[in-house]
Ligand binder design. Structure first.
Ligand code: XMP
Length: 510
């Protein structure tokens, strides 16, 4: 398989670059600038290299640099934003800070003839986000694009196949950005387009069939997309040698535990152990109101339950996990500043005594995992499931968690989801759910005064969940949900809609 190396210099779009390359059916791998050497690059036989953007200035002593020998390896390079400045600097060019300030946002860029700009019109819109710019281009390079404010929007050394662009071709705001990436990886690097999920699934199944022959494998199944796809894939490879443990902490959505059991045991015939640990979790959470404490307790208890179950099973050789590529990159293989502070409750102990850990989805982005899930026959409902936090509805109940509150929020949430789907509004929003606020208010029901909890409906529209807009839902859907919740869920007297975006709020309430 031919592959492109994306060297991460701290840019926020690092993963996006790799995804855009993979959408051309070429495998792209991300490595932090300080975790790979020229020697490794040659050994790995990369067909091309992309330098990402980054927040630094090349003259800053703390800024990330690379061995300039990389320019003489005979491997094509495309530098983006900071990567473009770094490439210019390494080639002997000069970088300066723009006197007229930053160039930010959609910008018209004028292009000259270049293999990088094949099928790109002479002028088009690109996304700019920079203060520094290349003032003197390095020797052996020529200018191939400019904008009104930026004299050097792109450079090229065709002979060595080295290119730099000041703008961001990877974001959709750059009209012909994907075309430019395609020109680079297909025409300039000459990559075969041989990365596809059909092959990946088949090859992985064959690989694990051989590697795991005769081994007992244990997997923690949460019912989320990643662990579900990992389970089905491994089941096809090793069948009954795979055991999945599904810890039901009682904080799932309405009927979700039964659905997971039915799907994996019933439909796929997977060896599944469902641990009904609701009471244990509830007991540990009694009286706890602090959100972080709740998360911590759930995480710890999850590990305890899992360990106990593993012990009951006797010797298991291998632990399987549904780790996906962004987890790998964010946990230190890449270099981007953002590191998730929360993670799934499946953060499992490493000392249970397994001889190995397998992670069949380690190289895949979420959309690729979904594609494989569909190919392996997982129901759409599961593959396209909206994100659900590991600690479950514990982060959707303010104040103390009680059995009553769990039931109320599960019911309200199920009604809201039903109404969203009925009105086809589910496609407007990337995540929608109900929260139970620990606020009681007075209501009337017939001739009686009632006093009950408040359900908060939340729906957000987002690309990456790092930022999110509250979804502008039609009043009719909100009204239908509100009316049904107050009528059907005894104990909730009031329904409100959350109109806060992220930032300043987060998606979840806790
Ligand atoms: P926030 O609330 O941080 O959520 O804006 C962003 C996205 O992450 C999900 N989320 C979690 N997922 N474990 C998870 O696996 C967690 O502890 C967790 N907390 C939040 C949230 O549902 C949203 O999609």
């Amino acid at each position: 398989m031919e592959k492109i190396l994306v060297i991460d210099f701290g840019g926020q779009y690092c993963q996006l670059i790799a995804r855009r390359i993979r959408s051309e059916h070429v495998f792209a791998e991300i490595r932090a600038f300080n975790k790979i050497s020229c020697e490794d690059i040659v050994k790995e036989q990369y067909k091309g290299i992309v330098f990402t953007g980054g927040p630094n200035s090349v003259y800053d002593p703390k800024s990330p640099h690379f061995d300039p020998q990389i320019m003489d390896l005979g491997i094509p390079i495309l530098g983006i934003c900071y990567g473009h400045q770094l490439l210019s600097y390494m080639g002997g060019g000069k970088i300066a800070s723009a006197e007229s300030g930053s160039e930010y946002g959609k910008t018209t860029v004028f292009f000259d003839q270049s293999p990088l700009f094949k099928d790109v019109p002479v002028e088009s819109i690109c996304w700019m986000s920079h203060t520094d710019y290349v003032k003197d281009i390095p020797q052996g390079f020529k200018l191939i694009a400019h904008s009104a404010k930026c004299p050097c929007a792109a450079i090229a050394c065709d002979e060595k196949k080295l290119y730099g662009v000041q703008f961001h071709p990877e974001v959709t705001h750059t009209d012909f950005g994907q075309q430019m990436l395609r020109n680079f990886i297909i025409d300039i690097c000459g990559c075969r387009q041989d990365w596809n999920m059909d092959d990946y699934a088949k090859t992985s199944i064959e690989k694990y069939k051989a590697e795991l022959a005769g081994k007992k494998v244990l997997l923690a199944l949460s019912g989320g997309v990643d662990s579900s796809v990992a389970a089905v894939l491994l089941n096809q490879a090793i069948g009954s040698n795979l055991t999945c443990v599904f810890v039901d902490h009682g904080l799932l959505r309405k009927d979700e535990g039964d659905y997971v059991e039915k799907t994996f045991k019933g439909q796929f015939g997977i060896n599944l152990i469902r641990v009904n640990a609701q009471d244990r979790f509830l007991e540990k959470l009694r009286g706890v109101t602090d959100p972080e404490r709740k998360r911590k307790i759930i995480g710890e208890e999850f590990i305890r339950v899992f360990e106990e179950e593993a012990e009951k099973l006797g010797k298991m050789d291998v632990l399987a996990q549904g780790t996906i590529y962004p987890d790998v990159v964010e946990s230190g293989n890449g270099n981007s500043a953002v590191i998730k502070s929360h993670h799934n409750v499946g953060g499992l102990p490493e000392d249970i005594g397994f001889e190995a850990i397998v992670e069949p989805l380690r190289y895949l982005f979420k959309d690729e995992v979904r594609e494989i899930g569909e190919k392996l026959g997982l129901p759409r409902q599961l593959v396209w499931r909206q994100p659900f936090p590991g600690p479950g509805i514990a982060v959707r109940i303010t104040g103390e968690i009680t059995e009553e509150k769990i039931k109320l929020v599960q019911e309200a949430d199920a009604i809201f989801r039903e109404e969203m789907e009925k009105a086809h509004c589910d496609i407007m929003s990337n995540q929608y759910f109900a929260v139970l606020a620990d606020v009681k208010s007075v209501g009337v029901m017939g001739d009686f005064r009632t006093f009950g909890y408040t359900a908060v409906l939340r729906a957000v529209t987002t690309d990456d969940f790092m930022t999110a807009e509250w979804t502008r839902l039609p009043f009719e859907v909100l009204e239908a949900a509100s009316s049904r919740i107050t009528n059907e869920v005894k104990g909730i007297t009031r329904v409100v809609y959350d109109i806060t975006s992220k930032p300043p709020a987060t998606v979840e309430w806790l």
